[in-house]
Write a protein that binds this ligand. Structure first.
Ligand code: GUN
Length: 290
């Protein structure tokens, strides 16, 4: 069993990005600039956005965080998006989700200029992804493709089972793995909460992507020998022995699953570190297209 070291691969990619930024600046172009819109005081969202801003700094990007009260109206937030769409000093921006209930997320995402939508959430960009046209790929599935590629894990002709059909992870992941591209060319099965016998599929899988958010869901007796397991789950579980009182647990029961794997992502340190890195890759791509 080999660990897919997301932390190490993320660091490698960040060094590559930093090098490209240096070259851009040396050529007289300004460094890429990412903005994040953060509404309200959700702890998780604040942590994510902080980490994204810090990562920008690390690779030499400019970054701006715009914070608004959770009482901001939908119309006001649409005005913020409009302003960012038209800001020539900005290459890309994200509106951190979830948004307060009185704001229609779809409306906000659809108002973002697709050329600045470095999250890859705009319907135009999702359409471009499906059609295999140049676009911004959503951060988590893009990060998983990078992990598979950089570990030289073959996907062509393999049976990939994706569990979970969220708009951010499972659905785009299933599309990307089936595309005629690298990594891709897999036969894909998308399982979800209405799949009656998930074990029937996982037992046949060469590669399993877990994105259902149920800690320890996948057990060793549900997989075949030599399987590749990519675990997107990051649930906080009680851990009285730790200083924080909790630790992150993936959707795989690592103890029983890992001995059967050819490759597996640890949690933490697998997919997690990649998601911010691919957002940086998208922002660099936006900057280079300027
Ligand atoms: N909330 C959880 N993940 C994401 C993400 O990748 N982008 C945005 N904008 N919000 C999120």
């Amino acid at each position: 069993m080999q660990l897919i070291d997301g932390k190490k691969i993320a660091e490698e990619i960040q060094l590559e990005i930093a090098e490209e930024v240096k070259q851009m600046v040396a050529a007289g172009k300004r460094a890429p600039h990412l903005a994040a819109v953060l509404v309200g005081n959700d702890g998780g969202s604040m942590t994510y956005v902080n980490a994204k801003m810090k990562a920008c700094e690390k690779v030499g990007f400019r970054s701006t965080c715009l914070r608004y009260e959770s009482t901001i109206s939908e119309a006001e937030l649409l005005q913020v998006v409009d302003k960012l769409n038209n800001d020539p000093e900005l290459d890309g921006f994200i509106v951190q989700l979830p948004l307060p209930k009185h704001i229609d997320e779809h409306k906000i995402v659809q108002a973002i200029n697709p050329k600045k939508d470095v999250d890859g959430f705009h319907p135009e960009n999702i359409g471009r992804m499906v059609l295999n046209l140049p676009t911004f790929l959503p951060a988590t599935p893009y990060g998983i493709l990078q992990l598979l590629q950089r570990c030289n894990i073959e996907t062509s002709g393999k049976h990939c089972v994706v569990i979970g059909r969220s708009h951010i992870v499972g659905s785009p992941m299933s599309i990307l793995l089936a595309r005629n591209a690298m990594a891709g060319n897999s036969t894909v099965t998308l399982c979800h909460s209405r799949t009656p016998d998930i074990t029937y599929f996982t037992k046949q899988a060469d590669i399993i992507v877990l994105a259902l958010g149920k800690p320890g869901f996948l057990k060793g007796d549900m997989v075949k020998d030599g399987v590749v397991v990519v675990d997107v789950g990051t649930t906080r579980v009680d851990a009285p022995d730790t200083k924080a009182g909790w630790r992150l647990k993936g959707d795989a029961d690592f103890e029983s699953v890992s001995p059967k794997c050819s490759w597996i992502t640890p949690v933490p340190g697998g997919v997690g570190p990649m998601t911010i890195t691919t957002l940086l890759k998208n922002t660099l791509q936006a900057g280079l297209a300027r």
